[in-house]
Design a protein. Sequence first.
Length: 394
Amino acid sequence: MIKDFNFYTPTRVVFGREAESKIGALVVAAGGKKVLIHYGGGSARRSGLLDVVRRQLQEAGVAWCELGGVVPNPLLSRVREGIDLCRREGVDFILAVGGGSVIDSSKAIGYGVPYHGDVWDFWDGKAVPAQCLPIGAVLTIPAAGSEMSSSCVITNDDGLLKRGVNSDLCRCRFAVMNPERTFTLPPYQTAAGATDIMMHTMERYFTKYEDMNLTDAISEALLRTVRDSALVVMQHPEDYRHRAQIMWASSLAHNDLTECGCEKDFATHKLEHELSALFGVTHGAGLAALWPSWARYVKKKHLSRFVQFAVNVMGITNDFAHPDETAERGICAIEQFYRKIGMPTSIHELLGRDITDEEIDVLVDKCSRGGSIKIGAMELLDAQAMRSIYKMAR
């Protein structure tokens, strides 16, 4: 069975060593006259990238203002600050300089500027975005894929609620990608990013729709490439070729290409969102800690897909007489990969301590919204199933 699909990718990608030299022209072509430069911590400043961006805008005759301070798991409070700034300054274009957190914060600001209510309404299900300021991205951290996705994930400081909203309105007009900007990423951040990229593909690969062989082949090639390139750059961080593979994979993994004819599941993502919201952990690391337990929880009902993953992605020899063992060896192989790149494979390893039953209750309550919703697509998970997976991962 093949699922009907609508594939839309409006983002112009400018990729390579000289990509930043196009920023000014790209903003002008997108109609930007007053730009908000939105960024995270000090790395964009220390690396000189902010100076490059400013110079590009100045040479193009584009005015700008700035707002930094975006943190991992970007906060609603900073989004609201950005909305107020954009309204005061008459901003008509947002330029995100950073990784997925900065891009998602920019998207949320873009939603909020033309909206007359509280921007959190979109994440709380009270409203649907109808407008968004145009956004461009200068990518420095390949991981989230937000530079080409319709997704925007924000954490509400009040209650530590982490939620996602999807709309084509927020898709970036352009994405500037220079792999050299990733050479200085810390090993942990590199590993977490690679994990997130792979998970965006795996959340689509593990599907009930198993007849789109071309999409499967694209997904399998992407997964193998990121796995192999991650192992190289952990030892050789300035390897341009493999940094480029990872950076381009970040975009392809989350621009819906690997969803064509399939159906995304994203149960592991939703389980992890509550972990990173409650404990402030790195998103990719949280995914590594949870996915093997999700896989073992659902694999018996979808054994053929797990066998295919084990053989075509992880290189496991197919034991035709014992498919369950083949599937399990595939899961064990990705756990081994996670350990090689320094990612956790349990919540204990992630937090450095045991998680309590009371904390699991909080995670389940938030993820299930008080038991009112189920998550997933390949296998629908209710609150009890969520609790079981958290406990398996503990």
